[in-house]
Each structure stands twice: as structure tokens, then as C-alpha cells.
Design a protein around this ligand. Sequence first.
Ligand SMILES: *[C@@H]1O[C@H](CO)[C@@H](O)[C@H](O)[C@H]1NC(C)=O
Ligand SMILES: *[C@@H]1O[C@H](CO)[C@@H](O)[C@H](O)[C@H]1NC(C)=O
Ligand SMILES: *[C@@H]1O[C@H](CO)[C@@H](O)[C@H](O)[C@H]1NC(C)=O
Ligand SMILES: *[C@@H]1O[C@H](CO)[C@@H](O)[C@H](O)[C@H]1NC(C)=O
Ligand SMILES: *[C@@H]1O[C@H](CO)[C@@H](O)[C@H](O)[C@H]1NC(C)=O
Length: 558
Amino acid sequence: MMTRTRTRSHAATFSFLRPLLLVLAVLSAPSHATTSTGTAGGSGGYWRLLRKSIGISAMHMQLLPDNTVIMFDRTDFGPSNVSLPFHRCSFGSSHLALARDCTAHSVLFDLPTTTVRPLTLLTNIWCSSGALLPNGSLLQTGGFGDGDRTVRLFSPSVRHSDWVESPSYLAVRRWYASNQLLPDGRVIVLGGRRQFSYEFVPSDSPSRRHVFQFPFLVETWDRDAENNLYPFLHLLPDGTLFVFANDRAVILDAAGNRVIRRLPFLPDGPRSYPSSGSSVLLPLRPGAAAEVLVCGGAPRGSYQAALNGTFLPALRTCARIKPADPNPIWFMEDMPLARVMGDMLLLPTCDVLIVNGAAAGTAGWDLARDPVTSPVLYRPDSPVGSRFDVLNQSETARMYHSTAVLDTYGRVLVGGSNPHNGYVFANVTFPTELSLEAFYPPYLSAGPRPRLLNAKAEVGYGEMVTVQFEAAGEYYSACSALNLEVVAIAPAFSSHALGMNQRVVVLPVMRAGWTPQQFVYEAVVVTPPSPEVAPPGYYLWFVVHGGVPSVGVWVRIA
Ligand SMILES: *[C@@H]1O[C@H](CO)[C@@H](O)[C@H](O)[C@H]1NC(C)=O
Ligand SMILES: *[C@@H]1O[C@H](CO)[C@@H](O)[C@H](O)[C@H]1NC(C)=O
Ligand SMILES: *[C@@H]1O[C@H](CO)[C@@H](O)[C@H](O)[C@H]1NC(C)=O
Ligand SMILES: *[C@@H]1O[C@H](CO)[C@@H](O)[C@H](O)[C@H]1NC(C)=O
Ligand SMILES: *[C@@H]1O[C@H](CO)[C@@H](O)[C@H](O)[C@H]1NC(C)=O
């Protein structure tokens, strides 16, 4: 139904371009249509080791708009495998983090060169949250111990940039909280261990830091296992927030501080930390209702059982809901592989990749077994029953404290895994992982990639903008039904099976056609209509042609 509607509206748009269409038939069939056969879409993908060691274990990860990736673990893990420049660690430093050892617990990984630069952290950043601000600086909130009220900024645009920390910025301690960038450019920081509240950063004034009580987090707190930490947060296109904890969700009007809707219970068990499932807001398409997907988790009792040495099978179910539906229901599906601590990533093709995690146990120190090393692809628009594909497996177990983000090249960076309270490399089933891998999804072997040649560096809301892209001649003539999509992707802050702020906005293509240059085409697309649909900031734009995405180009929406 959705597909048909879209096709019709595009056909109408294109009717005045008939001469072009004879050659360049741009249809809006689901982007996997041409890749769903053979190795291209059915199975496959491959892994590459980018670095055997980045010196730390990538427990938190965020792609930045200068094509670096910032990663960090924790400052009290003991000496990492990357040293800080000596001058940063004066002997007897008043900062515990530097006095302990002169090693880094945060690094900046440069995508083009795969080099690593150590960064300096003064307070403990462990199990924290983050969001890329509209100006491209990373805002990071909370942590543990001396860092649990710290707000940190990292500004990639600044030369030789390093962390800038503001201890005691948060009104209360936030450990295991979640963040979401809001339409007004502020960030909501919600939850955390023994924190049944939320607050906003930047706060209204340094002296007046409001904490908003949020009884939903009391109600979803399990006495013996919590199961409501790192809540799933999604900004819906009407500006309200979808908040999920444990086994249920509410719609929060954060500005008005009120819950405006309760959604039905999700059957089959808890999905939040330590029963960590994962969740994404499915790609937003003009005219289509927003939908949330939740996959995996661990059954109730799993945490206590794991403490006792019994590792219960993880949940196999995924559930989808349209929060704005008059009668919302969870639509249930079975994954081919059960999984706890999976990371879910939105891909430029509008599919979802589920990667990392385990088939038994829960999150927590050494509480999981049976690593699931095969990523699974989920195609939200395919018919029920043919949405999942099991892909090529990694050689590395990625257990507790693993991460995954989409990178500028359309790959998935995968790092971390440390189920130990320190760096442990020997004599354990799952040693601390310092490696960084890239998974190349099947679309990167599915044919020549289009190349996005120009996109404006900055655009406004609801604007028509022209993008030019190049595609190989043979590729064009070989395709009977060419399809084209342009998507804007907000980069995620990855930690503990969450991709905070992850978002795909499909930009409607109004026209497409030749340019005088051979193999160069142009498309007129409409930018997102409002900051509720796409909060201001940096997005990776990909042109996806015949199911194959280009390399991403950064565009700031302001
Ligand atoms: C799986 O990955 C390996 C190693 O990267 C590669 O040789 C193989 O072709 C891949 N298999 C599929 C089905 O893509
Ligand atoms: C980390 O450093 C230690 C001590 O230098 C070394 O033994 C170990 O092999 C290193 N581990 C990795 C994964 O690089
Ligand atoms: C980005 O915005 C934040 C919050 O307003 C501000 O503190 C920071 O200095 C800005 N960064 C840059 C590089 O301007
Ligand atoms: C864990 O073991 C203790 C002691 O044997 C027992 O009392 C408790 O019921 C067990 N809990 C679970 C969830 O298995
Ligand atoms: C691992 O176990 C072996 C055999 O028991 C022992 O020789 C070695 O010292 C242990 N290594 C570490 C790092 O504990």
C-alpha cells in the first residue's frame, strides 16, 4: 500500500519529464528490489580487520562530521594499550584518571588513514551517553564515580581538539542514561541507575538545573535486575518522545513534562539493560506513519540466573509499532537468531542491520555466553516471512561493551567487547577486545557504487535542492528498472546496544535526469520539512541507486 502510493505520486511528478524517463526510469520501488537475489541481497557481506588494536576497548563510539570516530572505555580500567603524551600526565596529578597511569581511555580514529590519536579524559566516562550537537560538537553526559555529573564536549572542528569537561554540570548523577537531540537543539538526558528523572542540556541557566521526575522509570524498575536502564528514546516526527523501558513504552511530551499516551505491553520479556535488546526508529518517509522496531533481549529472570551460572536463551522476537496509530499494536516477528546485546543500525538502503551480542545470558560482567557472530539483515518493507537474512560471520565475539556505527563509506564499524572489570587478555573465554573491524554489508558487493558529487554543505528545512551523482554507464544500461533514493542519516552514539539519535530521513526525489556530462545525473530532492522530523545538525547524505549507496557526504541542516 505504502509502496503503491509512493510510486503513484512519483509517477505524477515525473510525467512532465517523459523524454528523460525513457532512458532514466527512476522508480521508487523498495530499494532492495534489485538486490534481493543471489549474493547481493540474500546473504553475504564480508569483514575486514581495520586495526588489531586501537589501544582501548571501544565501549562507546560516535562518528563525527570530520570523518573521525571518537571512542572511549573507562578511566579506572587500569593501563590501556595506548600512552598519553607524557606532558599531559604530570606526576602527582590532582586528577585521579591521570594519576593512576599515563594511558589514554579515549581515542580518535581517523577513517581515511586508520590512525589513532589518544585523547585526555579527566573524569570517569564509563557507561555514559552522548549526542552530536547541531554545531557538530559531541556532547557527552555522565559516567561513573567522579564523572557521573560531568558534561563533556568534543569539537572536531577545533585543531588538536581534546575533551573539555564540565564536572558537576548535570543536576544529578547519570550512569546508564540515554540521550536524544531535540528539535530546539537541546539534548534530553533521561534515566540512569537509581535516577527516575530527566533533564536537559544545555540547562536553562547554570544556577537553575531542573530535574523532571519521571515515574515511568519507577514503574519499570525490577527490584532484582533493574531492566530499565539505557531506555530507548526516539524523537517522533510530531515532536513527542517515544520512551521504552523494560517491556513497555509511553509517549512523552518533554516540553510539557507529561506522558500523553501509554502503549500496549510488549510480550516476551524485558528489552532494556541488562536484558539488553535494541531499538531503532525505522526510516521516516514523507506521508508514512513513524514506526519503532525493538529486537532481542533476555527473558525475565535471566540476569539472576546468569549470576548463578545458568545462561538462559536470549529472546528471538522483534516487535514493531506505529506509536501514533489510533489503536497501536506490537507486530511480532521472529529473528532467525536469538540475540541479547545486539546493536541495530539503520543502513542507507533503509534496511536494518543487527550485529554483535550473544544468544544466552544478559549484559553485565561475564554474564553472557554463545556469541552471535553473524549479522542479520532486516528489510522492513519486504513481505512478512522474507524480511530477515543471516549474513557472513565475524571471527570475533562481540559480547558486553561492544559497539557498532555506520561510517561515511557505508560500512559498519564494529569494536569493543569487554565483559571484565579491567583489561583481561588471557585465560578467559571472552578476552578484552581492542580490535576494530568493518563489516561491508552485501550492498557493497552488489555492483558499481554511485558517487554523490555535490550536495550543499548546509541546507534549510523544506527546501528543494539539487544533488548531482555519477554512475557507471554499464550499470545503467544493465538495469531494467532503475531506482533512486536519497537519504539523510543522523550519526548514532553507540553504547550498550543502543544507537542514540540514530535516524534516517528519506528525502523525496522530485525530479531526476541527465546533465550534459556523461554518466552524471542530477536529482532534485526536498530537505526534511521540520526539526521534529530531523533535528538540526549534521547528516550523512547517501544517494542509493539500484540498492547500492554512494559514499556519504556531510550536509548540515540548519
Ligand atoms: C564471507 O567472508 C569471507 C571473508 O571475508 C569471503 O571470502 C566470502 O566470500 C564471504 N561469503 C559471502 C557469502 O559473501
Ligand atoms: C596490550 O599491551 C600488553 C602489554 O604491553 C601486551 O602484552 C598485549 O599484547 C597488548 N594487547 C593487545 C591486544 O595489543
Ligand atoms: C557547540 O555548541 C555548544 C553548546 O551550545 C557549545 O558549548 C560549543 O562551544 C559549540 N562548539 C563550537 C565548536 O562552537
Ligand atoms: C540462585 O542461587 C541461589 C542459591 O543457590 C538460589 O537461592 C536462587 O534461587 C537462585 N536464583 C535463580 C534465579 O536461579
Ligand atoms: C594463564 O594460565 C596459564 C596456565 O595456567 C598460566 O601459566 C599463565 O600465567 C596465565 N596467564 C595469565 C595472564 O594469567
